[in-house]
Ligand binder design. Structure first.
Ligand code: GDP
Ligand code: IMO
Ligand code: MG
Length: 423
């Protein structure tokens, strides 16, 4: 059996949670492969809204196994809060939420190092979610990290103390920030009991066996391909590989196991935090997109920066991720616009090109746009992609021709059922 992948093709918040939740009942296992509580995945169904940070978006589908893979970094305190919310919503998860022993733990001191590093950078800050993501991945690659499996070891407290001491020393080189070590530590250790109550697995063996038995597995990406540590707008990126390659390292599955790769893009584009964004609209149209799309961060509440969809950028991330089919979300946000636009190429250094420059941060890239007529009507009654208004179809057709990959899904609202699927 193959493992299918859902990931974001822009700078995050493309609507991955909604699409994973919709598709989840066609799968046996949903697995997160990277990122951590920097993610905020929103699901809406039955008149309720849920935001997940670490828990995979298949958790609301009965009987489905949800796996947190080795590539994820997990903050047990945030995780405990998420589980409490699930319990309050009546979700039974105890036997079907599995944790990889090789996933790394976010310590309270990782969060403070994140905050101190951002304070040190001042105006140059990444705009991190301050969840401790960067410092935790630094300890992972620096071979100092603590893994979930360590919690089961007798020497765990000593390992924790050694890493904490190192962090307290490191914090001295940064501008000082306020923290209450004792309170945070108590809460952190108490939250470990929540972890211990769930099954720990060697997820690479678990998934290998599951695929061998013909189980259907869906890998759920966090962030977006433009936030990838290697190929994103470095240094304004996250600290993990958000592209399809991250599925292999973050779950322990071989590349030839990867099946469908579903790349998600909004009908426009957003970014939260600092860094280059060639199609950003710092004007009334950008504000209008933010209002219509309720573009405020699911994790931090920060206003998202908005702009038109960027086709050279999408072509780049489709190439990096091996996207086999596209999903467009939030097309309804454009319903009231008389005119919309899409960037078709860039102008910089006296040339026109569709390639991004080596350092998007240093080069003044001008996006060149093509305009499209808006459809100026509600899409609430549309049930099939073919039945979209002519102007919306023309927009999709032109994007498909440019990107060379078909749109198999179009999302017309935040609710689970507001999805048009081309079979
Ligand atoms: P994720 O991080 O990729 O899962 O996306 P987020 O949940 O952070 O942000 C997407 C936001 O858009 C959420 O508030 C969703 O409820 C909402 N959303 C998802 N799909 C649609 C859609 O098709 N139309 C509208 N209007 N909202 C959507
Ligand atoms: P989901 O999964 C949007 C951004 C942050 C910041 C940069 C680095 O909901 O799409 P980090 O905390 O990872 O060190 O922050 O990445 N960022 C996201 N932006 N959606 C996300 O996740 C994000 N996770 C991180 O705003 O610019
Ligand atoms: Mg999000």
């Amino acid at each position: 059996m193959r493992i299918d992948v859902i990931l974001g093709l822009q700078w995050g918040d493309e609507g991955k949670g909604k699409i994973v939740d919709y598709l989840a009942d066609q799968y046996d296992i949903v697995a997160r492969f990277q990122g951590g509580p920097n993610a905020g995945h929103t699901l809406k169904f039955g008149g309720n809204k849920y935001v997940l940070h670490t828990v995979p978006s298949g958790i609301f589908r009965p009987n489905l196994i949800n796996l947190i893979g080795n590539g994820v970094v997990l903050d047990p305190v945030v995780f405990q809060r998420e589980l409490q919310n699930l319990e309050q919503s009546g979700v039974q998860f105890h036997k079907r939420l599995l944790l990889s022993r090789k996933a790394h733990l976010i310590l309270p001191t990782h969060r403070w190092l994140d905050a101190a590093s951002e304070a040190h950078k001042g105006k140059e800050k990444i705009g991190s979610t301050l969840k401790g993501i960067g410092p935790t991945y630094m300890d992972k690659t620096g071979r100092n990290g603590l893994r979930l499996g360590d919690v089961e070891q007798p020497g765990f407290r000593d390992l924790y103390e050694a890493l904490k001491q190192k962090h307290l020393e490191l914090l001295k080189i940064y501008p000082s920030i306020d923290f209450d070590l004792k309170a945070a530590e108590d809460a952190w250790f108490a939250s470990l009991d929540t972890l211990r109550a769930l099954p720990f697995v060697d997820s690479e063996y678990y998934l290998h066996d599951a695929l061998g038995q013909g189980k259907h597995v869906l890998a759920e990406g966090a962030q977006g391909a433009m936030l990838d540590i290697d190929f994103g707008t470095y240094p304004f990126v996250t600290s993990s590989n958000t592209i399809t390659a991250g599925v292999c390292t973050g779950l322990g599955v071989a590349p030839q196991r990867v099946g469908r790769v579903i790349g998600i893009t909004k009908a426009y584009c957003t970014r939260v935090g600092s860094g280059p964004f060639p199609t950003e609209l710092s004007d009334a149209t950008g504000d209008r997109l933010r209002e219509a799309g309720h573009e405020f961060g699911s994790t931090t509440g920060r206003p998202r920066r908005c702009g038109w969809i960027d086709l050279p950028q999408l072509r780049y991330t489709i190439q990096l991720t091996g996207t086999t089919e596209l999903c467009m979300t939030k097309i309804d946000v454009l319903n009231a616009f008389t005119e919309i636009a899409a960037a078709t190429h860039y102008r910089y250094g006296g040339q026109e090109t569709t390639n991004l420059p080596y350092d998007l941060c240093q080069v003044d890239v001008q996006a060149v746009f093509k305009k499209f007529k808006g459809w100026e009507c509600s899409l609430d009654d549309v049930r099939r992609i073919e039945d979209l208004p002519a102007a919306a179809r023309a927009f999709l057709d032109e994007l498909e021709a440019y990107l060379g990959v078909p749109f198999r899904m179009v999302s017309t609202g935040p609710e689970r059922e507001k999805l048009l699927v081309r079979e």
